[in-house]
Structure formats: structure tokens, C-alpha cells
Design a protein around this ligand. Sequence first.
Ligand SMILES: [Zn+2]
Ligand SMILES: [Zn+2]
Length: 266
Amino acid sequence: MITSYHVHSNYSDGESTVLEIVSAAAEQGLDEIGISDHLVYPKPGRHVSWSMSVDRLGSYFEELHNVQRVVGDRIKVRLGLECDYEPETVVLLADLLQRYPLDYTIGSVHFLGNFPIDESPEHWDNLKEEDRNNIVRGYWQRIRELAESRLFNIVGHMDLYKKFGWRPSIDLEAEISEALDAISAAGMVVEVNTAGLTKPAREIYPSKKILEMSQARDIPLIITADAHKASGLTDGYQIAKDLLDSLGYSRNVIFSSRTPKMLSGI
Ligand SMILES: [Zn+2]
Ligand SMILES: [Zn+2]
């Protein structure tokens, strides 16, 4: 069973249309394809160029349904979104999401307050070491809150702050443990996101250590590519699979109507 559940189309910041992505997935022999365009709930005074706007959600889901009809039973199309968890907007986001026929949601943290975690290395370069460490500590508290909100199925690229190659110089094991305890209690899945391999981080999100901590809590894992074009749906897949093999992990998970279903074997 091969799936690709973290995929961006041109409804947000991807290059390809939904039909191009789904057709490519079917040609490559994937069993399921999930489209998960960005939805950052709007806040006054902030424009997020890479997010779909709320008023396009209706046509987004309509298009996913239409493309499923076009490809028929060649491949199963799953309806997803990658949404930002922010405490100020979570109630409004929850109200919005329950109006749509989602199979799953990816919850991510791209902002801590107004600080963009993964936008550009300059944002990090301009900070003192202590301030960077504090941002990462706050990031893990935010991941814990994300899980406690019970609004998401998959937690996205869990140590995204390493994207530009920098890593915290303080011990955050307690904060990470608390976040993972909340993820486990919420019945969420952790993604093994290969996008970090081609960034200065040169590593899958999250690190092997965090994956081991997830496994100790029996949290299900899912390999994703965070693809932004139809040709990248399984980028890094074998590297991720080798990593999971080395951890002795051999399960898979699919989603329907926001309910995970565990399968044996990757
Ligand atoms: Zn993301
Ligand atoms: Zn993404």
C-alpha cells in the first residue's frame, strides 16, 4: 500500500492541477492520493500568499469530487487540508471545517505569533541564540495545544524549525514528550515528511530520535512527501521506508471521513 497524503495543488502553493496530480499518482501505481492544500485561517493585518482563501473551499472540494469521477476506480482520492493551528483562530477554523466532507486534516505550525518558522533563513539569522531556543520551546507547546484541540488527524512536519539547518542548543525532551503524549491521547498520526531531505536540514521531519519517542507511545506513522508538483509525490519515499524499517515500524494508515484505519505492512 503506497499513499501520498501531503500534497499541494495550485489551489494553494503547488504547481500542478488536481487532475495532473491524481493522474500522475494513478500512473505511478499509488493506492491512494490525498490532496491537502494550505488553509491558514485569516487574521486581520496578515496576508499569507501560499494559503487558499476561505471562499475557495467550496470549489476546491467540488474539484476533488469531479476528479475522482474522472479517474473512476483507477485510484482513490482522499479529501484533505493542511491547516495552521493558531490559538486565536482555532474555534473559527473548527466551525469552518465541519461544513466540508474532509477525509483528514493535517495540523501544522508555520507561525509562532507573527514569527514565520519556515519562510526564510534571515528571520532566524536576525535572532540571538537564546531567542531562537525560546521560539522552539514555544513551538513544541504549540504542537501540544494543536493535539489537544482534537481538530486534526495528522501532525505536520513536526520539527520544521530545523529547515534552514539550525538546531536548538537546549534540551527540549520534556516539551517534546508532552507534545507526543497529547498526540497519542488524541489518536493522531505523525507524518514522516521527506521534504526536509532537500532543504539545508538534510533530514526527514521529524528526526529519528523524535520518531523513536513516537514509537514508544505507539503513535502511528505515515510517509508523506509534502509534494508541490505532480512529479514529486513519492520523493524520498525509499529513504523514509528504510528509516521506518530501521525502527522496526511496519504499519500503514489511511483516512476516510476523518477516521484513521490501520493496516499492517507499509
Ligand atoms: Zn506545511
Ligand atoms: Zn505542506
